[in-house]
Design a protein around this ligand. Structure first.
Ligand code: UD1
Length: 413
């Protein structure tokens, strides 16, 4: 079994370059099959979730050419099947986008229900509601989502909660529906805007992504495009926290500082230094940081995907902090692992009450999911002695060359 073995105690220092956004890439790879012409996607993160999705679209006939590890050319002209049910795609979340894309283009899709990190119940009722309002009949049988429509017709859709997945999925189906669709209360995450920009680059007509109302005029065809994915907000945020936690000094390059504001504000509040440049942020800390309150919220609030990392930092900071998780109900599984390293965290409902300790000691621990796994790496970087982290396949789903990047910043493994 693959493991990380980390010798803690070295402040991270130097420069790190952030890759393309995983969650944008998953939407964009799938959206690319909606065109019957070649689409070139650049700044693709070379991570497991991306590889699984590329294999999935290839399995239904899309032509997938890996030009290099960060560039792929996809042509959806030869797709000959709308049914996907492989083991691998049942394990990732982004596979649900295949429903929106295939339904939009072919008016039918039969796709295995998505998996992803076990961080809560993760229903897809809002996706289904959107497809049905566009005119599809949707049923779930034998573990698959079966969506079919005679015709998709634009309509007014109000999301009960601003779901990232539902917003992107409905946007994809609606961009090839007849007439105008309005999505009210959509998610506004940076990758929503990126997927909309990508669809527009292929000839879709989507306005308002990133605001409270998305307006889509359906088109009958999408065309070829060349597109570069935005940088990954969460990978960048993870390195920001790692720099602060290790009392290091790291220049994090290829980022959009605006996407990192919620994270920067919290780091500054507890005493770290964050300097913003056009496409980089530099994070440093030379003393023990202070306490604060963090509540996860949809963008532009504090991202739930940064919750385990910031909690780990606060577990080392002075005083009592609280971290409230308001998006997923089961996202504190890493707390027991941190406890093995000496953290003092009590979870009451969706709130973690954190009594900061002066330091961690290395232990044998296991990554419970992707972002929690990254948080445990941060803990290992700080801990006295050696930390062994199992189940790192979770981390490899979403972080490209994580080990190489932290080692280049001085971490000892
Ligand atoms: C996506 C991200 C994930 C991130 C999350 C929130 C991908 C592949 N994954 O997950 O990394 O943590 O956004 O930023 O992009 N909900 C419903 N019904 C639905 C859909 C969602 O009730 O039909 C609820 C969920 O239970 C959750 C909240 O809405 O409480 C947000 O979920 P959503 O934004 O859909 O998350 P995912 O798309 O699963």
């Amino acid at each position: 079994m693959k493991q990380y073995i980390i010798k803690g105690g070295t402040p991270l220092s130097g420069e790190v370059t952030i890759g393309g956004a995983k969650n944008a890439a998953l939407g964009i790879i799938v959206a690319a099959i909606m065109a019957d012409e070649p689409v070139t996607i650049d700044n693709l993160p070379d991570v497991d979730d991306v590889r699984v999705l590329l294999d999935a679209i290839e399995s239904i006939g899309a032509i997938v050419e890996r030009i290099d590890s960060h560039t792929v050319r996809i042509n959806g002209a030869c797709i000959n099947d709308v049914s996907i049910d492989e083991d691998a795609i049942r394990k990732i979340r982004g596979s649900y986008y295949l429903v929106g894309a295939l339904l939009g283009k072919y008016k039918k899709a039969l796709v295995a229900l998505p998996g992803g990190c076990q961080i809560g119940s993760r229903p897809i009722d809002q996706h289904i509601k959107g497809f049905e309002q566009l005119g599809a009949k949707v049923s779930i049988h034998h573990g698959k989502i079966d969506a079919q429509a005679e015709n998709l017709v634009g309509t007014h859709i109000y999301l009960d909660c601003p779901s990232v997945g539902a917003t992107i999925n409905i946007m994809m189906a609606a961009c090839m529906a007849e007439g105008k669709t309005i999505i009210e209360n959509p998610a506004k995450e940076p990758h929503i805007v990126d997927v909309a920009n990508f669809l527009n680059s292929m000839g879709a007509d989507i306005k308002g992504a990133g605001t409270d109302k998305i307006r889509i005029n359906g088109v009958s065809k999408l065309h070829s495009s060349e597109y570069s994915i935005i940088p990954d907000q969460i990978e960048a945020g993870t390195f920001m926290v790692a720099a602060a936690a290790t009392h290091g000094d790291v220049l994090i390059k290829n980022v959009i500082p605006k996407h990192l504001e919620a994270i920067s504000v919290k780091l500054i509040e507890i005493g770290a230094t964050v300097e913003e440049y056009d496409d980089a942020v530099r994070v440093s800390a030379d003393h023990r940081l202070g306490h604060t309150q963090v509540k996860t919220l949809p963008y532009p609030g504090f991202p739930t995907d940064m919750q385990p990392q910031i909690a780990t930092l606060l577990a080392l900071s002075e005083g009592t902090s609280t971290v409230t998780e308001s998006i997923f109900e089961n996202r504190f599984k890493y707390v027991d692992e941190l406890a093995r390293m000496g953290a003092s965290i009590k979870v009451e409902g969706n709130v973690a009450i954190i009594e900061g300790v002066e330091g961690f000691t290395g232990a044998a621990i296991s990554a419970p999911d992707l972002r929690a796994g990254a948080a445990l790496v941060v803990a290992g970087l700080v801990a006295e002695g050696y930390t062994t982290i199992d189940s790192i396949h979770f981390i490899e789903r979403g972080y490209e060359n994580f080990e190489g990047k932290i080692t280049a910043l001085g971490a000892v493994s």
